[in-house]
Design a protein around this ligand. Structure first.
Ligand code: AMP
Ligand code: MN
Ligand code: MN
Length: 342
């Protein structure tokens, strides 16, 4: 007998109408603060800025977008429309009227900005992580959505904000980032239909892809070469499905004069290793503190592994913060893989 698996719950009609009425009530005259997760990726920034531009079209005059931590926008995203709405966290209004949160599964990913939520009259959360804790006063969480930008597009439509080429570019960057350029499993017919609507506004997909995926400094390439050359293969890990891992230190970054965000792309060559299911990149944040990125090709639920180690994410792409030496962090991961086979 096969066990019935409950379909992940999409937002209910009541959630959509609560989001629409909250935004219609508070956005036109109030201060609206948009927040995405720490170390923002293409989905976090693209979803947030796309919606921020939509709010402007709705007539909202006071709109700020921000994210926690160091105010650095990764080079691939420095041409996104709407960047003029971004402010460093220290300049974000302490008590906004409305807070909108993008691509954030748990409040821990909001850093010091978490204090803006109780200060606001309402918080609307837009997200697609199955593990989302529902920390908003209104939660639009769709675990079947390939990116948060899918939720953003639907909310803009319900607010009668038409797509223009600037909003579309933001949402396209978000969608292309989270689907790995329309290659991952969640690349459904609906994803391609959304991409078609976005491209129809006149944006240039080739130019955007070159900018966000196929462009990096020479020093970053040399850094990748060093870090990839120390990768280790463990074919017996994950009950024989195999694991590959490597690590990058702050010294590596310094030696090649590179910024930390360039390492976000490093998981891509690592996860291509044919002999394994699980790939891991361990990136030094500070002394003894490491950001761990994990990917699976389908044999392991790395989100469950990440949650067990204090992090989160999706079934096939997840992460957590590790402490100690990279080899020991990877042993802790490896010990958990067998318990989370799909
Ligand atoms: P990354 O490997 O940084 O691209 O992250 C992959 C996925 O894991 C994303 O969906 C992130 O939201 C999630 N993730 C990464 N690091 C953490 C963390 N420290 N805590 C919670 N979720 C995380
Ligand atoms: Mn993200
Ligand atoms: Mn996302």
């Amino acid at each position: 007998m096969t066990e019935a698996v409950a379909a992940p719950a999409k937002p209910a009609a009541a959630d959509w109408s609560a989001a629409v009425s909250t935004i219609r009530e508070l956005a036109p005259a109030g201060r609206v603060l948009l927040i995405c997760h720490v170390n923002p990726d293409g989905d976090a920034l693209g979803s947030m800025l796309g919606f921020a531009l939509g709010l402007r079209r709705l007539g909202a005059a006071q709109v700020q977008a921000t994210f926690p931590g160091e105010f650095e926008i990764p080079e691939p995203f420095t041409a996104l429309p709407g960047l003029d709405l971004l402010v460093p966290e220290a300049r974000a209004w302490p008590a906004p009227d409305l807070v909108l949160v993008f691509d954030v599964a748990a409040e821990s990913r909001l850093g010091a900005l978490v204090d803006r939520l109780p200060a606001a009259r309402a918080t609307v959360v837009l997200d697609h992580h199955a593990s989302n804790t529902g920390f908003g006063s209104v939660n639009l969480v769709d675990p079947t959505a390939a990116a948060t930008s899918v939720v953003v597009e639907e909310l803009l439509e319900r607010l009668d904000v038409p797509l223009d080429v600037e909003i579309a570019e933001c949402l396209y960057v978000a969608l292309a980032t989270d689907t790995g350029s329309f290659r991952f499993d969640m690349t459904t017919p609906q994803v391609h239909e959304m991409a078609a609507r976005l491209i129809a506004t006149g944006l240039r997909p080739g130019e955007i892809s070159r900018r966000i995926f196929d462009s990096r400094p020479f020093g970053a390439m040399k850094l990748f070469a060093d870090v990839l050359s120390r990768a280790q293969l463990d074919p017996a890990a994950a009950a024989g499905h195999g694991m590959v891992w490597t690590y990058a230190t702050l010294e590596d970054l310094e030696r090649h004069d590179q910024r930390p965000y360039v390492l976000d792309a490093l998981i891509d060559p690592v996860r291509c290793v044919a002999e394994v299911d699980v790939s891991i990149v361990v990136k030094q944040q500070s002394d003894g503190v490491w950001a761990v990125s994990m990917r699976s090709k389908g044999a392991v639920d790395v989100s469950a592994v990440a949650v067990a180690l204090g992090g989160g994410g999706h079934r096939l792409a997840a992460g957590f913060t590790g402490h100690g030496a990279p080899g020991d962090i990877v042993i802790a991961v490896s010990d958990k893989l067998d318990n989370h086979l799909i």
